[in-house]
Design a protein around this ligand. Structure first.
Ligand code: PEP
Ligand code: MN
Length: 274
């Protein structure tokens, strides 16, 4: 690891990113929830109201979807962003959405509070450079085949342009295991904490692909030292237009938040005891 790089940790510094609802990423344990894709105004509003009531701090929803098949639903684009913006205003939750193309960075930024660089774009250097020229907070997902060093170098592409608001997100990597969608590498969370001052969150939805494993992995994320989690929630998963098999139902998410809050309290007390 290069000590002179901007991502490197010197002494006890921690990057903190304050959002408009007074939640600070890098300080509070943040819970991001919402559908994989924005599908309609009613869909986003229903899910947003429900996750907000349960205690989510940030609403997620993809308007540009990087799909394996070019014939799968690609997202609503501008229409999806307008929906996200409107719902965010109504429900009073900051939002995050994925941006796929460097040419879209500036105008997409006007609709959301946080940008997301997806796993498939972690090394899209022109996208990273373009985001670096803004001050927009950005969630940088780990590429599914990327080492820690490669991931941190991608963060450096953004930091180097002058945008300090980078949040890393571990979302599982490809291994020989097929039971889970990916393999959640929780050790990387603790490693990231040793090496950088950047906040890191965990996405147990894409990491496991299985609703039954999302709860346990969310709680484990707290103990790994993560700064938060991002979870996919849908009120009608059977009819979801993407990632239907991994969505939590609103009531499952509600239970999860209760467990997370207890776990976070327990973990913070433990840490404070030394
Ligand atoms: C997503 O968050 O819906 C997504 C496409 O994630 P990833 O880039 O981690 O596959
Ligand atoms: Mn998804």
């Amino acid at each position: 690891m290069n000590k002179d790089f901007l991502y490197s940790r010197s002494n006890n510094e921690h990057t903190k990113i304050k959002l408009k609802n007074d939640i600070t990423i890098g300080e509070d344990f943040v819970i991001i929830a919402g559908p994989c894709s924005v599908e309609s105004y009613e869909q986003v509003l229903t899910i947003a109201k429900s996750v907000k009531k349960s205690g989510a701090h940030i609403l997620r929803g993809g308007a540009f979807k990087p799909r394996t098949s070019p014939y799968s639903f690609q997202g609503l684009g501008l229409e999806g962003l307008k929906i996200l913006y409107e719902v965010s205003r109504l429900v009073k939750l900051p939002t995050v959405t994925e941006v796929l193309d460097p040419r879209d960075v500036s105008w997409v930024s006007e609709f959301v509070d946080i940008l997301q660089v997806g796993a498939r774009n972690m090394q899209n250097f022109s996208l990273l450079t373009e985001i670096g020229k803004t001050q927009k907070p950005v969630i940088l997902k780990r590429g599914m085949y990327s080492t820690l060093q490669e991931w941190l170098n991608s963060a450096e592409y953004i930091l180097k342009e002058g945008n300090p608001n980078v949040i890393l997100c571990e979302r599982g990597i490809r291994t020989f295991e097929t039971y889970t969608r990916n393999t959640l590498d929780l050790s990387i969370v603790s490693a990231v904490k040793e090496l950088t001052h950047l906040p890191i969150i965990v996405d147990p939805s894409h990491a496991t692909g299985r609703p039954s494993l999302i709860g346990p992995m969310s709680l484990a994320s707290v103990f790994s030292g993560a700064d938060g989690i991002m979870v996919e929630v849908h009120h009608d998963p059977k009819n979801a237009l993407s990632d239907k098999d991994q969505a939590l139902l609103p009531e499952e998410f509600d239970n999860l938040v209760k467990q997370i809050n207890k776990t976070v309290n327990f973990y913070y007390n433990l840490k404070n005891e030394g």
